[in-house]
Design a protein around this ligand. Sequence first.
Ligand code: KG4
Ligand code: ZN
Length: 318
Amino acid sequence: MRILGIETSCDETAAAVVEDGTKVLSNVIASQIDLHAKTGGVVPEVAAREHIVKILPVVEEALKDASCTWDKIDAIAAVNEPGLVSALLTGFVTAKTLAEVKSKPLIPINHVYAHIYGNWCDREASDFEFPILILTVSGGHNEIILMKDHDDFEVVGESRDDAAGEAFDKVAKILGLGYPGGPAIQKSAEKGNNLAFALPIANVDGLDFSFSGLKTAVLYEIQREYGANFDPTKIDQKFVQDMAASFQKTVVETLVEKLAKAADKYGPKQIHLAGGVSANLLLREEAKKRLGPIKFPTNIRYCTDNAAMVAAYGFHKM
Ligand code: KG4
Ligand code: ZN
């Protein structure tokens, strides 16, 4: 069965064709990173307008890359929640219209759960055993999810404020590292001393997270050194690298600690990392050290927003 996936929840216009929930035949992503770099973050209306321009060419390219015509598509899966409302609307209304015109079933998809299926892309269904515990973290969401079967999810922990990816993006912005922040912080941290700054780990009960205090702690450290009205472009490089390394270490420690706690509680057969932040190399390394063999997407393109994960999930909903 072949599913066409469509994703427009934030700043990527994406379409993909996936066969039987794992075999990615095409995965087209039109990124708006350059557009949003100017504003240091996503402006929803700007994102939505760009999705309108890109969505049909991206869908056509996904079909072409998959050497697939409309008669070979069994259904259309498109994200309808959660995300930037105007951006979601563009993709979902396009999907609805295509479903009507081409007489295909339409499958509404939840973006957070779709990220979980990033791990299925380019793997075999036999590689998986339930229950699976997933840490799924991106710019917009931050959860620990217990997956008992396909389309059977229980959120067992989540952020009470910011997602870790959002903290990466905001801290990168105040350090003058640009957007998106995750890859920029990871790169800068390579040369930094991760013990240079003692940053706080929020004391949150159970399996929940909180990252807004960490972001503020970074801001206070910079202000202490450079004054309340500091200029991010004037911060010393060594300071930036040390702060990036200390911040990254603190976020990773927090995430891995809660994931380990959840693993003890639920005793899953497998542990997965998913979402944009699962691209982070330190997170992968520390999770492996603490929890043994874990899975993360086979390609970074399946960590950050994409439509292959949407089509993979759509197959199981179908
Ligand atoms: O899944 P995604 O593309 O979008 C949302 O659903 O939000 O995730 C994007 C997030 C951004 O916050 C970005 O900074 C973060 O993932 N990210 C990373 C890395 N690559 C992307 N965070 C840490 N380390 C990375 N290497
Ligand atoms: Zn996402």
